[in-house]
Design a protein around this ligand. Structure first.
Ligand code: ADP
Ligand code: MG
Length: 240
């Protein structure tokens, strides 16, 4: 018997007027995989994430989570099934404290999932040096701390799959490295991760496999070494 992938899309489509943001996207991510999604600006990466978590409705095609068709499910229903997502734009509540922000995404789960979820959250808090009892308002945190808090918030929902859209955007080298370290640590616990990131060094550091989007299509896919060496990919993505 074969197990269904953690995440699968079948011929997923999305248009905004004349712009085709998703053009028959077929994607398959296995349980425990750490996949990087790359592509030039406007390739459709954020739109794909928005459709995966149920914020944007697909025009056509299917989305499956662990074999279950969630195409027509609302975002909150998908979260209950274990999808977590952070956005490019900040989502933590600036008026609330770190502690309060971390308390928001709690969802009732069985004991096994709670134990694993709590362990992953603890790894994140430790890696980022965040204190879950911190009463500092999120609005007073630095840019990096806020981005880290948002990753921790996603983990507070104890997901099986997380989608991170540019988690290291605007970070300097040391913080980017810390973010990469966390993704590898989380992945080592079995968490499935799909991450959009522009920084090729980051991609090389964390990814096992890479999917390249270009003009709403899957342009290339494969092991990170092959993709970063691919001439066509370098042309559209790296501009050389
Ligand atoms: P990426 O995240 O890869 O930079 P996006 O998914 O943000 O790409 O955008 C893909 C394409 O869809 C772009 O041409 C963008 O302008 C367009 N687009 C995205 N969101 C909207 C929207 N809400 N309304 C209109 N056009 C959009
Ligand atoms: Mg984007």
């Amino acid at each position: 018997m074969t197990t269904a992938p953690m995440l699968e899309t079948r011929r997923l489509n999305k248009r905004f007027g004349g712009v085709v943001a998703a053009d028959n996207i077929d994607l398959s991510v296995e349980t425990g995989e750490l996949r990087c999604l790359i592509g030039p600006n406007g390739a459709g990466k954020s739109t794909l994430f928005a459709m995966l978590c149920g914020i944007q409705r697909a025009d056509g095609g299917q989305i499956l989570l662990a074999g279950r068709d969630v195409t027509h499910m609302q975002a909150f229903q998908r979260v209950r099934l274990g999808v977590g997502l952070t956005f490019q734009t900040n989502r933590a509540f600036h008026q609330l404290s770190v502690r309060e922000n971390l308390a928001i995404p709690r969802i009732p789960h069985d004991a096994e999932r709670r134990a694993l979820g709590a362990e992953r959250l603890a790894v994140a808090l430790e890696t980022f040096g965040l204190d879950p009892e911190d009463e500092t308002r999120a609005g007073e945190l630095s840019h990096n701390q806020l981005q880290w808090l948002e990753i921790a918030m996603v983990l507070s929902g104890y997901p099986d799959l997380i989608l991170l859209d540019e988690p290291a955007a605007g970070m300097a080298g040391e913080e980017t490295a810390r973010t990469a370290t966390l993704l590898k640590r989380l992945n080592a616990t079995g968490l499935t991760i799909v991450v959009v990131e522009h920084d090729i060094a980051f991609v090389k550091e964390v990814a096992q496999s890479v999917t390249v989007l270009h003009q709403g299509r899957v342009f290339a896919e494969g092991p990170v070494e092959a993709i970063t060496a691919n001439e066509e990919v370098r042309k559209i993505y790296l501009g050389k």
